[in-house]
Design a binder for this molecule. Structure first.
Ligand code: SAM
Length: 288
């Protein structure tokens, strides 16, 4: 088998199939064996696992996943890459290639049989244009995912793992932290991709929580409060929330008092637990 991380091989394969990198699908293929191995290592993939990969490209990481996992399902949106994958993964008996958009794929149905006996891990070099909906989709779903390891744009990774009070901290941080514990595994330079993206990347690992970090009276209201608090980052909490929420100012002020939160603070200073207290006080104030 040709070395799939070699730029010459990638070019030769694309030429042979009359293909070009498709920007629309965020195609930046890995050309560094060491990084591919490190991502799979961070995913802690074992033979007891069924692994879901999103966007195999020409199958570079899929082959390494296939060596370590019990089974691999890999979902690729670009139908022109399917014949390529049939060739590059021909000797990988434990790999199933699925043509489709991951955002429209019924993963629970696809894996139902395997999940009776194996645990699920997700490992992917994600297309950057849909990183957030893919990650939030898996966090919000009831799929029993044990571990998710994603290579993503550095800025998004830093937002996921940010600390309160930092520039990167925001509604994505709090939403993700509600469902999972996050860890930065390692940074990845743009030079390990072909074509080279304009941004640097990062590998993050997410482990879903068994229990949410705070008890919520109304989960939808919690997320509404978080979004409203970050709507205008320069405004105080009370001003940002009262312009973003359809709720009288005095009800908001009274909830803040009850939750012991200063209305003049900026949303970025609040922790997830502060938001939970505030949302619960507001739920009470609204009679929910
Ligand atoms: N895994 C390969 C690698 O590391 O070299 C390719 C990674 S490339 C960043 C992203 C891949 O995801 C591309 O193959 C692209 O066609 C595919 N893709 C883009 N959007 C997708 C979607 N919504 N569902 C499934 N695959 C998608």
């Amino acid at each position: 088998m040709e070395k799939l991380t070699s730029p010459k091989t990638i070019e030769a394969i694309l030429n042979r199939y009359g293909l070009h990198f498709n920007k629309r699908f965020g195609q930046n293929f890995l050309i560094d064996d060491n990084i591919v191995n490190k991502i799979v290592e961070a995913g802690q993939v074992t033979k007891d696992d069924v692994v879901l990969e999103i966007g195999p490209g020409i199958g570079t990481m899929t082959r390494v996943l296939s060596e370590h996992a019990g089974k691999v399902y890999t979902v690729e949106i670009d139908k022109k890459l399917i014949p390529v994958l049939r060739e590059t993964l021909a000797d990988c008996d434990n790999v199933t290639v699925v043509e489709g958009d991951i955002l429209k794929t019924d993963v629970a149905a696809l894996l139902a049989k395997d999940l009776e006996t194996a645990s699920l891990k997700i490992v992917a070099n994600l297309p950057y244009y849909v990183t957030t909906p893919i990650i939030m989709g898996f966090l919000e779903s009831a799929l029993p995912v044990e571990r998710m390891t994603f290579l993503i744009q550095k800025e998004v990774g830093e937002r996921l793992c940010a600390e309160p009070g930092t520039k990167a901290y925001g509604s994505l941080t709090i939403a993700a932290a509600f469902y999972a514990e996050m860890e930065i595994s390692f940074y990845v330079p743009a030079t390990v991709f072909m074509p080279r993206p304009r941004v640097d990347s990062i590998v993050v690992t997410l482990t879903k929580r068994d229990e949410p970090p705070a008890a919520l009276v109304d989960k939808a209201l919690f997320f509404k409060v978080v979004r409203a608090a970050f709507q205008s980052r320069r405004k105080t909490l009370i001003n940002s929330m009262s312009s973003a929420m359809d709720c009288p100012k005095e009800v908001l002020l009274s909830a803040m008092a009850q939750a012991d939160i200063d209305p003049a603070i900026r949303g970025e200073k609040l922790t997830g637990e502060d938001f939970a207290r505030l949302a619960n006080a507001l739920a009470e104030g609204l009679g929910r």
